[in-house]
Design a protein around this ligand. Structure first.
Ligand SMILES: Cc1cc2nc3c(=O)[nH]c(=O)nc-3n(C[C@H](O)[C@H](O)[C@H](O)COP(=O)(O)OP(=O)(O)OC[C@H]3O[C@@H](n4cnc5c(N)ncnc54)[C@H](O)[C@@H]3O)c2cc1C
Length: 293
């Protein structure tokens, strides 16, 4: 049934922990890295036709794979990573990394997305999540995107992408981002570089970026930092087996080396329970758990 994937170098029983920044998770029944948008679209069409479950993976920096793995096809975009520049617009394939994008923007004297320097995601993942930091977000710089809606490929302009807080039409409707156009502004290279380094230094001081983690676990609550609230609840440093609420930033959970996805889920449940009991607040996850229960 799955033979159509063989021509794309499909892997079986692939260890998913090597494909997410939290470094946890079981195995994917099938795993594939398409090289082009047409391969990606073809694979998805075939999966839909054969009713095979699939998941689109970028850099795995916002997903946590569950311990029982994924009983379908994980389609990772990391090999679709080309970026070109036309005047003040960067045109990036969905798997292009935000670090590389920032480097190219700086080298071309294009500013406006320095806030994203240090976010370890792909362009597709960043658009899907409307990633943001330090007052900037993808919504501010994305001109348009080429997406596949499961049936056809279309271009959606910024207002049609229906961006919201860590949300977009891509996330809501499970569209697939193939390419994005990012509009920036001319600036001095030195100025861009300094801004990028400043933002990265801020991250280094406030986030456990040298550890295995998935960034912020929870969304903000009424525009207030979930990290501050969790800190005030006295939960920093709490450990469940191999996972710990970061001592540096309470909205981060770090894998101490041998964590299971379940340990992270247990910590999340503890935080949610205490936040509800003490502050009557329902925290909502920003990270996405993928896989079998
Ligand atoms: C240390 C650290 C710091 C972080 N800091 C920030 C931050 O400051 N701000 C912030 O917003 N986030 C932050 N994150 C979270 C994460 O990096 C971003 O959400 C990032 O944009 C996710 O991109 P990704 O490629 O890793 O997506 P993945 O984790 O692979 O996927 C996330 C979601 O996007 C979907 N997706 C991926 N590619 C596509 C595609 N081509 N088409 C459609 N859907 C797709 C997936 O299906 C999934 O639903 C941080 C994470 C870490 C580990």
């Amino acid at each position: 049934m799955i033979n159509f994937l063989n021509k794309y170098n499909m892997l079986q029983c692939e260890d998913l922990s090597t494909h997410c920044t939290m470094r946890v998770g079981g195995k994917a029944k099938y795993y594939i890295e398409p090289l082009t948008a047409s391969q990606l679209v073809e694979i998805v069409k075939q999966c839909n036709k054969l009713k095979i479950k699939y998941f689109i993976l970028g850099n795995g920096s916002n997903v946590i794979f569950k311990d029982k793995g994924f009983d379908g096809v994980v389609i990772c975009t990391k090999k679709m990573s080309s970026i070109t520049i036309k005047e003040d617009v960067l045109i990036a394939d969905c798997g292009a990394n935000l670090y590389v994008l920032n480097k190219m923007a700086k080298d071309s004297g294009l500013g406006g997305m320095e806030w994203s320097y240090g976010i370890p995601g792909s362009c597709g993942g960043a658009l899907c999540m409307n990633a943001g930091a330090y007052g900037g977000q993808m919504q501010d710089v994305v001109l348009k995107a080429k997406v596949f809606d499961g049936k056809k490929i279309k271009i959606l302009y910024n207002d049609q992408l229906k961006f919201g807080y860590r949300n977009s039409i891509v996330k809501e409707k499970n569209y697939i981002v193939l390419k994005i156009w990012i509009k920036l502004k001319k600036d001095e290279k030195e100025n861009i570089k300094n801004k990028q380094i400043n933002y990265l230094n801020k991250r280094r001081l406030s986030q456990p970026i040298e550890t295995f983690n998935s960034g912020s676990i929870f969304k903000k609550i009424n525009n207030l930092s979930a990290g501050k609230m969790i800190d005030n609840l006295g939960l920093k440093g709490v450990i469940v087996n191999g996972a710990q609420i970061s001592k540096l930033h309470a909205n981060f959970i770090v894998n101490l080396g041998n964590a299971k996805a379940k340990d992270i889920q247990d910590l999340i449940n503890i935080i949610k329970k205490v936040a509800k009991e003490k502050n009557n607040i329902e925290l909502e996850e920003e990270v996405i758990f993928i896989g079998e229960d």
